[in-house]
Write a protein that binds this ligand. Structure first.
Ligand code: AKG
Ligand code: FE2
Length: 319
């Protein structure tokens, strides 16, 4: 089936999130088979789990324990590296700083954000920088592999994205305190949104249900943490690039577990100069191009500006 035919064959709303085992991918045939599964997941759901992703457990555990220690520090210590001090929005984001869903009253998470370079690092805990940097690069390697599967799934040369995303990945260490008290749907961990960039690689803490994904019947489907997996989801930029063939699916996180929850999303986009317009494989007489060509930097900046200006802080957003 061609890509456009696959998209036309979507039937009904998804009620579960597929799992793709990427453990065997050394031959071209194996990667083509994985690309087919990836294509189906991106067209039908926009979310999938990957297992056998290759990031050592120790790399994850070390990053997790460093971020737990960091978030336990007093607010005034963390505020010294407030992300609004710089235009790149790296550093610390306090609770309620953003409000990604304008219908809500603020997102109940705190974050520490890093990018490829120019990161402000806290002096404590001393292992923080190394632990997060190690996870960041390990997850980028998974991202590079996934970009190859996406390329095959889109009938592009396998290495199409290899030289287009190098400095783009942004990592957010997230801490969601437990929500107790009366339920107010306008206060959630992170409000309903779709991600901005091409795709996201999310590690979420096992045993704590929080992430939910919206299907076309407006039902929230739980993205239950599955030990040993990462959650992958398509973002708006790749959705545009694929002429909406790949779905950028709305999701949110609510932590009513009674205990603290930690997660680690890595957002992968493209280099600022890359121009994005629907791929030829995603356009057909039945599916004409829906989007104009855009510059990726301008697009992402616009989205970030909207997100940060809907929160509590309104100064010093990215220009
Ligand atoms: O923490 C999660 O499970 C989801 C985070 C998320 O959707 C985001 O940061 O964009
Ligand atoms: Fe998200």
């Amino acid at each position: 089936m061609s890509l456009t035919e696959t998209a036309t064959s979507v039937s009904g709303a998804f009620d579960s999130i597929p799992i793709i085992d990427i453990g065997h991918a050394s031959t071209h045939e194996e990667r083509v088979a994985l690309a087919q599964q990836t294509r189906d997941a991106c067209v039908n759901v926009g979310f999938f789990y990957i297992k056998n992703h290759g990031i050592p457990e120790e790399t994850i555990d070390t990053a997790l324990s460093a971020m737990k220690t960091y978030f336990s520090f007093p607010l005034e210590t963390k505020m010294k590296l407030h992300h609004r001090q710089g235009t790149l929005h790296r550093g610390y984001e306090p609770l309620f700083d953003s409000n990604i869903d304008p219908a809500n009253r603020g997102d109940l998470y705190e974050a520490f954000v890093i990018g490829w370079d120019e990161n402000p690092w806290p002096s404590e805990p001393i292992e923080f920088r190394e632990a997060l940097t190690k996870y960041y690069h390990a997850a980028i390697s998974v991202g590079k592999f996934l970009y190859r599967l996406f390329a095959l799934a889109l009938d592009l040369p396998e290495t199409y994205f290899d030289d287009k995303f190098k400095r783009s990945p942004v990592f957010r260490a997230l801490h969601y305190p437990p929500q107790t008290g009366p339920e107010d749907d306008r206060i959630v961990g992170i409000g309903a949104h779709s991600d901005f960039e091409c795709f996201t690689i999310l590690w979420q803490e096992p045993g704590i249900q929080a992430l939910q994904v919206l299907n076309s019947k407006n039902q929230w489907i739980n993205a239950t943490p599955i030990p040993g997996t990462l959650v992958i989801n398509i973002g708006d930029l790749l959705s545009r690039w694929t002429n909406d063939m790949f779905r950028s699916t709305v999701h949110r996180a609510i932590n009513r577990s009674g205990v603290r929850r930690y997660s680690m999303p890595l957002f992968i986009g493209v280099e600022p100069h890359v121009e994005v317009e629907p791929f030829p494989s995603c356009v057909s007489p039945d599916r004409p191009a829906k989007y104009e060509k855009i510059n990726s930097r301008e697009y992402v900046r616009k989205r970030l500006r909207a997100m940060y200006h809907q929160g509590n802080g309104t100064s010093g957003g990215p220009e």
